[in-house]
Design a binder for this molecule. Sequence first.
Ligand SMILES: NC(=O)C1=CN([C@@H]2O[C@H](COP(=O)(O)OP(=O)(O)OC[C@H]3O[C@@H](n4cnc5c(N)ncnc54)[C@H](OP(=O)(O)O)[C@@H]3O)[C@@H](O)[C@H]2O)C=CC1
Ligand SMILES: N[C@@H](CCC(=O)N[C@@H](CSC=O)C(=O)NCC(=O)O)C(=O)O
Ligand SMILES: [Zn+2]
Ligand SMILES: [Zn+2]
Length: 390
Amino acid sequence: MSGASTEGKPITCVAAVAYEAGKPLTVEEIIVEPPKAHEVRIRVEYTAVCHTDAYTLSGVDPEGAFPSILGHEGAGVVESVGEGVTNVKPGDHVIALYTAECQKCKFCLSGKTNLCGAVRATQGKGVMPDGTSRFKNKKGETLFHFMGCSTFSQYTVVADVSVVAVDPSAPLESICLLGCGVTTGYGAAVKTADVQEGDTVAVFGGGTVGLSVIQGAKLRKASKIILVDINDEKKKYAKEFGATDFINGRTDLKEGQTIVEKLIEMTDGGLDYTFDCTGNTKVMRDALEACHKGWGTSIIIGVAAAGEEISTRPFQLVTGRVWKGSAFGGIKGRSEMGGLIEDYKKGKLKVDEFITHRKPFAEINEAFENLHSGECLRTVLDLQNSPCIC
Ligand SMILES: NC(=O)C1=CN([C@@H]2O[C@H](COP(=O)(O)OP(=O)(O)OC[C@H]3O[C@@H](n4cnc5c(N)ncnc54)[C@H](OP(=O)(O)O)[C@@H]3O)[C@@H](O)[C@H]2O)C=CC1
Ligand SMILES: N[C@@H](CCC(=O)N[C@@H](CSC=O)C(=O)NCC(=O)O)C(=O)O
Ligand SMILES: [Zn+2]
Ligand SMILES: [Zn+2]
């Protein structure tokens, strides 16, 4: 869609619609309404596919609503803003934030969390803060929003608290990854865990999130950084992002040995920090139990399916291990994204290295298939320079 001025008018553009759980997305034209008060309409330039998009599409997300427009790792340019928006303006380069930051609510003012209460309830229902959607298909059917972002559309509408303006010299194709995976893992290491020099760290799951934990731990000069994965293809990435060791949790164990025993043996009693980046609740238990008695802390990042529960012997906690979680790496998107982009521009934070595949938007379903191949970290989709297949 192009035109002299689209401000205040509905825009017809291409989006990938999730009509049904477990089915491929349908790439088709949709209509995106103009932003209302405190809303921002974004021309999405690039989006990547995160494991969480596949999780919701699979139907196991209790908040998954269909039909919807998924996608939450995206960057673009502000097309227009609704009344009362002061934090961004048309033309700004922006990243959509699935963890909003209103800077006013109890959460934002607590100084204890990056979670924000401003829009989370409506976000989880797939609607804008006023309870309605800005998306409909050409039959006039309403399409739900997703994670307050819906970046699988050439245009999207988000709440003003769910968007941050960024340095326009940073390539949108790369920094879209700061909308989720890279920020989540890196923040989990440097903020949630606050890894210190000399600490020992084990990361379960070597996708973009796990490898970003590794780069954070390396930056903090952790003495040992062990990646545990079940796919040997992840070994090359382990090294590239700064791990000191790689263990294949299925094939690198002695007969009868568990991964917990192996890790405890390698670290003189257990790790200072472990991170679950798989979403597998059995792995979460192993990650906790591989922690050092007295102080080891395990951080859950992975998202588990509806109905899944974690368990361990309470004795594991009584004897000093700590179980924590981390959302968006504990990062406050509007206050702290600028710093991450500076780190990226200085070469301190790897981002480009996660782009293993690039595709036109129309091939989005292949990007979901890529997620299951060991060598794929992130597929970045180009939304504006894609042949429209409608
Ligand atoms: N809390 C938060 O804020 C966020 C959470 N997430 C969640 O974090 C997790 C990781 O995301 P992402 O990096 O994109 O996902 P990926 O699928 O790219 O990475 C997960 C990795 O874990 C590996 N794995 C699977 N099972 C095991 C196992 N039993 N032991 C060790 N490794 C295993 C996978 O191997 P294979 O490919 O062979 O299956 C894969 O390499 C997901 O659950 C995602 O939903 C993501 C972003 C934000
Ligand atoms: N909808 C799910 C919860 C999914 C979840 O835990 N999301 C993560 C981000 S995953 C990004 O790729 C998160 O930050 N959660 C905190 C939040 O406020 O959503 C469910 O209902 O289980
Ligand atoms: Zn994500
Ligand atoms: Zn808030």
